[in-house]
Design a protein around this ligand. Sequence first.
Ligand code: 4FV
Length: 248
Amino acid sequence: MRIDILTLFPDMFLSPFNESIIERARQKQLLEINTVNIRGFARDKHQQVDDYPYGGGAGMVMKVDVLSRAIRSVQEVPGRVIYLSPQGQPLTQEIVTRLATEEHLILLCGHYEGIDERLMPLIDEEISIGDYVLTGGEIGAMVVVDAVARLIPGVLGDERSSQEESFAGGLLEYPHYTRPRCFEEMEVPAMLLSGHHAEIRRWRKKLSLLRTLLKRPDLLLHRDYDQEERLLLEQILFVREKEKGEKS
Ligand code: 4FV
């Protein structure tokens, strides 16, 4: 996969992409990441990339002529153009999974008040990493690259981990334990030491459902349930009702 990042601050990407999994993916030629300095596409001697907003108001707006040249400069190979902005659709694992199937992604990082609206015809989709305002789209671009890169076949050591994780099945992940077996009188749940893999899988599924119910009930709303999950959820709800009954 090739990812081009259009930014006014290419050096921001030096450290995040030169460590651990992303760095290894680049070395294994599974992922190519290029940062492109938008200022290089300004034609005036001051290399102006932003200007005052028509109609007045605070802040500056990024210039459409400069940005359009920057986008077209990396489209010799067709690519999906993504603009990181608070107006974008909230990033989800589902969107990440879809983006991970693309050959070429072009990530546009905004700054100031944002971009001239006339650039939108060159943009395929807008993505937001959350309902808050950042100084720029760079950190959003890093989030997209990290989340997408780990789904590229061969990037993660064990592909299974990306299949069994939070949101992969639309549920939060089950709790994890490793050595030491006992820590400050806290034991590892006996089920995990039982060796009964089928039982362990059911136990983990049940805890995923319970944790999702407790921490992110919204995730349970628009979700299809298989027979086993339905049964486990009924057990969980039954026990909780019983507990509530006993308390009251
Ligand atoms: C943002 C977000 C974000 C808005 C003004 C950059 C800033 C400045 N990007 N998800 N939330 N962008 O806050 O992606 O142009």
